[in-house]
Design a binder for this molecule. Structure first.
Ligand code: PRP
Ligand code: MN
Ligand code: MG
Length: 182
């Protein structure tokens, strides 16, 4: 593998491991959505990298749209408040919606999105998250249908995930060195 960013302590998932995970999810989704009216909704900005890979791994017709919500900003801790920064351009009524997320952490973002999007009466509504963080504290009761992999309760960056808007372009998922954020 090429050199690891100096701010990264450990690589959790390599580029190759990520590709295998996305391939598996793409195959599952392809099977499950045969003949359906699939709409992938990526949550900006963290999910864009996963979205780009996942949509190409799905071999059934689909549409894409984007939503921007914010709960973290530059802070390491969630404010607990989720707000819509950019809404969908598409009407999802009667369509088969799959929310695409990079990570399920406290679950607040997905809890809010599930509630908000279900009120628009899609035919179905599911979640595909690349990472599911195993956290110490409380996590909202979210049951994602598609999970890439679980990850430890650490500051993870790369593959779309940022710290203060940096590191999103790392092709792997790594744990940030504590001295970078403390
Ligand atoms: C991050 C991440 C998820 C969310 C998960 O987004 O991309 O969307 O937090 O956390 P939660 O489960 O505790 O809600 P963030 O709000 O940092 O915005 P970003 O995607 O632009 O980085
Ligand atoms: Mn996000
Ligand atoms: Mg973020």
């Amino acid at each position: 593998m090429s050199t690891v960013h100096p701010d990264v302590e450990t690589v959790l998932f390599s580029e190759e491991e990520i590709a295998a995970i996305v391939q598996r999810l793409g195959d599952q989704i392809t099977q499950d959505y045969q003949g359906k009216d699939l709409v992938l909704i990526a949550v900006l900005r963290g999910a864009v990298v996963f979205m780009g890979d996942l949509m190409r791994a799905i071999k059934t017709p689909l549409s894409i749209d984007f939503m921007a919500v914010s709960s973290y900003g530059d802070k390491a801790k969630s404010s607990g408040i989720v707000r819509i920064v950019k809404d969908l351009d598409m009407d999802i009524k009667g369509r088969d919606v799959l929310i695409v997320e990079d990570i399920l952490d406290s679950g607040l973002t997905l809890k809010y999105l599930m509630k908000n999007l279900s009120s628009r009466h899609p035919a179905s509504l599911e979640v595909a998250t690349f990472l599911w963080k195993d956290i110490e504290g409380k996590q909202a009761a979210i049951d994602p249908k598609y999970v890439g992999t679980h990850c430890p309760d650490a500051f993870v960056v790369g593959y779309g995930l940022d710290f203060a808007e940096r590191y999103r372009n790392l092709p792997y998922v790594g744990i940030l060195k504590p001295e970078v954020y403390s």
